[in-house]
Write a protein that binds this ligand. Structure first.
Ligand code: SAM
Ligand code: SF4
Length: 331
């Protein structure tokens, strides 16, 4: 009988985000440097067998939900093989993927056949030129095509993540609202967080959720909260008053949801993080590769969760930005 993963603030951890690579085919300014990126050595990256073993050890401790991320998870070869392995683990109730969508059209069928159903596609602008300015790469049409292909295959839900950046996102608010109404895809605005590689974040660069709500309600129609939402989900979700078009907000900066956080993370190189903003990590790769038994890995998970702080403190004067940028943590 294993005890659940409860931290010092009574939060139970049932939700793991797995970064499968730090490599990426885009260079979004809020996540990666423009050039000279130092990627992890391939030998440092957890194998599918190591990831599967880690998940199998965590399931008896209460792990139920997984999300695969990166870097760009679809640049990891044969990702569908990992998804198939994870989907077969008894106790895993839900697997999601967060992708930039560039390779989605090519891989959607294999991912679906492996058991994946939930996809979040990151797209910050409904305009090819703005997309290129943000991601420092071309590929807008590929992402749109990826979303359409995934929809056609039957993925559900499909959500679009848009980072809300002051000076960039304002003009995208109404087009995204109309896109949500036209396509049935939920748009989720994520407040820009201090996880950029350039350390250029400041509060002035965040476009806050309440400002976006104001524009949507003024230009389209009022939003009403979605009933029955999961209180542990980070997004506050709304639907337009006529019932058509869902909009979510991840207001990590203006309304931190740390006290209901049920997540922990493992980086592509096998470091356990109890928070996106942790400045400390627990090395589980060393255990997975040194012949340690499952109880040693379990103890490492427990000690990481036990060290979890109350919250991220982005708004505190003494906030320290993690040394790993988002692409290397796994968002
Ligand atoms: N490459 C995939 C993608 O872009 O969807 C998965 C990894 S990416 C790091 C995961 C999510 O984090 C994306 O939705 C991305 O927009 C978001 N993200 C990255 N940096 C961010 C930041 N500084 N603030 C808020 N969200 C960020
Ligand atoms: Fe790549 Fe995703 Fe980071 Fe953009 S947000 S650079 S797509 S990992």
């Amino acid at each position: 009988m294993h005890l659940p993963l409860i931290d010092g603030f009574g939060r139970e951890h049932t939700n793991l985000r797995i970064s499968v690579t730090d490599r990426c085919n885009l260079r979004c300014f809020y996540c990666m440097p423009a050039e000279h990126v130092q990627f992890m050595e391939r030998s440092e990256i957890l194998t599918f067998d190591e990831i599967e073993r880690f998940v199998r050890i965590a399931v008896p401790l209460g792990l139920r939900k997984l999300r695969l991320t990166g870097g760009e998870p679809l640049v990891r070869r044969d990702l569908n093989v990992l998804i198939r392995k994870l989907a077969q683990i008894k106790g895993i109730e839900d697997i999601g993927l967060t992708t930039n969508g560039i390779l989605l059209a090519d891989q959607a069928r294999d991912l679906f056949d492996a058991g994946l159903r939930r996809i979040n596609v990151s797209l910050d602008a409904l305009d090819a030129q703005k997309f290129a300015a943000i991601t420092r790469r071309q590929g807008y049409e590929k992402v749109i095509n990826g979303i359409q292909t995934a929809k056609g295959i039957g993925f559900d839900p499909i959500k679009v993540n848009a980072v809300a950046v002051r000076g960039l996102t304002e003009e995208e608010i109404v087009p995204f609202g109309l896109f949500a109404r036209r396509t049935g895809v939920e748009i989720r605005f994520i407040e820009f967080m201090p996880l950029d590689a350039d350390n250029a974040w400041d509060h002035g660069k965040v476009l806050y959720s309440n400002e976006i709500v104001e524009v949507l309600e003024r230009e389209i129609m009022p939003l009403v909260p979605l009933p029955n939402r999961n209180p542990k989900a980070p997004a506050t979700e709304f639907v337009f008053a006529d019932g058509i078009g869902r909009i979510g907000f991840i207001s990590s900066v203006s309304q931190p949801f740390c006290m209901s956080c049920d997540r922990f993370r493992i980086t592509a190189d096998g470091k356990l993080r109890n928070c996106l903003f942790s400045t400390e990590e627990t090395d589980v790769k060393v255990l997975l590769r040194s012949g340690s038994d499952d109880s040693a890995v379990e103890a490492a998970i427990r000690s990481s969760i036990a060290m979890k702080k109350a919250g991220h403190e982005i708004n505190a004067a003494n906030f320290i930005q993690p040394s790993r940028p988002m692409y290397s943590i796994g968002g």
